[in-house]
Ligand binder design. Structure first.
Ligand code: FRU
Length: 477
């Protein structure tokens, strides 16, 4: 049963959606094939699952402002990961244990029911906080019955303890939580359960200062543990890493450790941390395994910025979006990310040419562009996106970079990664976003950008040869 407070909050959120609907839809920077909030602010993807054949994507949502606040769980569903349906609000922060936000979490299916796990965030008057790991259950995948907290804060951690990710292994349930130790170090903590309601702590499996890692951040958010090629891969978003050359240049990072986890002793022998994305706007990634066994990732195509709100869409009462779905594979210990196959369904109006026949592409707003280099690029190559973003490769330095104009300072900013060769690019362009897949998913650059409305041209520059394919991508939301 929905409490009075819960229905009131949901009503207020729907009123907000109605109030700004037109304004939001008319925004020239509104994306055409990415999931966005109907109004307000979206951040992390939550509760990703394929349940009874239907894909569900929930997301952190503040319907009342384009800043962070007491989060709801918004909800989209789809039968093909291409066409999405807006579902009723899944969770509203109505109860005492979540009054300042139904924070991030995940979903699992058991006995034909959908279980959502999330963090109940409570801020107290003395500016301290409390955290509760909570459960809500659904039989139809649309309405959720709250069961309240199933796990309280264990000893040894501050109240920055959140974002439960649950999975099943050998008929037992496991939960990994993002944490901060009392010494102020980020960690990922493992729990086990037989029934999804009672949880026992197994201990931290990784963290700042653990497993030979050295100083590695003051808080780890949104952990995820996946199995790829017989290895365990811990995805995590650490806060507090210092920039190190080309690494860790965004405010917060998202990346992974590959290793072997002993589920009994909670020992995780792992390698180095690797950033998942080389661009500007990528945070809090989460994955799910679909019914065909693919591991699919979504991330927030944005990042918390101290100076928020700053993006131009704020003037039209919405901000941020999720990435496209990406399929993950582990090859020689490295994650490769590629756009989910299904996105090919969006392709329209194919154009093909060889570089030399044309040196630019016009009328590009919402498109996919593929460049196959006849031979790996020798020298330098550059692609300019609508005068706002430049992708460059330099084979002598073995570096790829993405530059854009910073929307607050107006100055040029740049992200760089090492790349030993450039042989292929697959680029997803939407009205205000770029997702650039390099060499079949070896590296990815994700960025929001806000081009002038009169410029719809991509130009190419370099002594190289490639075959280009371009498709306009149809709208789906
Ligand atoms: C990550 C995060 C999570 C938290 C949520 C709140 O972006 O800070 O740790 O659960 O966002 O919206």
């Amino acid at each position: 049963m929905m409490t009075e407070r819960e229905s009131l909050l949901k009503e207020q959120a729907y009123t907000e959606v109605k109030k700004y609907e037109k304004r939001v839809q008319q925004d020239p920077y509104r994306l055409s094939y990415h999931l966005m909030p109907p109004v307000g602010l979206l951040n992390d993807p939550n509760g990703l699952i394929q349940f009874n054949g239907v894909y569900h994507v929930f997301y952190q949502w503040n319907p009342f402002a384009t800043t962070h606040g007491a989060k709801f769980w918004g909800h989209y569903s789809s039968v093909d990961m291409v066409r999405w349906k807006e579902e009723p609000i899944a969770l509203a922060p109505s109860e005492w244990y979540e009054k300042n936000g139904c924070y991030s979490g995940s979903a699992v299916e058991s006995d034909g029911k959908l279980y959502l796990f999330y963090t109940g965030n409570v801020k107290l008057d003395d500016s301290t906080r409390e955290t509760y790991q909570c459960l809500a259950v659904s039989t139809d995948g649309a309405s959720f019955e709250k069961k309240g907290p199933v796990l309280k804060l264990p000893a040894g951690y501050t109240a920055h303890f959140r974002d439960p990710k649950i999975w099943n292994k050998n008929d037992r349930w496991y939960m990994i939580i993002g944490a901060q130790t009392l010494e102020g170090k980020g960690a990922a903590v493992l729990f086990v359960s037989n029934d999804l309601y009672h949880w026992e702590e197994l201990g931290p499996i990784a963290g700042s200062g653990m497993n030979g890692l050295g100083d590695f951040g003051y808080m780890w958010e949104c952990p995820d543990l996946i199995q790829l090629q017989g290895k365990e891969v811990l995805l995590v978003s650490p806060q507090g890493l210092e920039p190190k050359g080309h690494l860790y240049n965004n405010l917060f990072q998202s990346g992974y450790f590959v290793g072997d986890l002993d589920y009994k002793t909670a020992q995780f022998q792992h390698g180095d941390f690797v950033e998942l994305d080389r661009g500007f706007d990528f945070y809090a990634p989460q994955t799910f395994t679909d019914e065909s066994g693919r591991v699919i990732l979504y991330a927030w195509m944005g990042i918390t910025d101290e100076s928020e709100p700053y993006q131009p869409t704020v003037a039209n009462n919405w901000v941020h979006a999720l990435t496209i779905p990406r399929e993950l594979e582990l090859r020689d210990g490295q994650i490769f990310q590629n756009p989910a196959e299904e996105l090919k369904k969006l392709r329209q109006d194919e154009v093909r040419f060889d570089y030399g026949e044309h040196e630019s592409l016009d009328e590009v707003c919402s498109a996919e562009v593929e460049l196959d280099f006849a031979e790996a690029v020798a020298g330098s190559f550059e692609m300019n996106f609508r005068g706002e973003c430049v992708l460059s490769y330099d084979s002598s330095k073995q570096e790829m970079s993405l530059q854009r104009r910073n929307i607050i300072t107006g100055l040029c900013e740049k992200r760089v990664c090492r790349l030993n060769k450039l042989s292929k690019l697959q680029i997803f362009i939407d009205h205000s976003s770029l997702e650039i897949f390099v060499n079949g998913g070896q590296e990815v650059f994700t960025a929001r950008y806000f081009p002038q409305s009169e410029n719809h041209t991509i130009t190419f520059n370099g002594t190289t040869s490639f075959r280009l394919k371009k498709w306009n991508l149809g709208g789906v939301i």
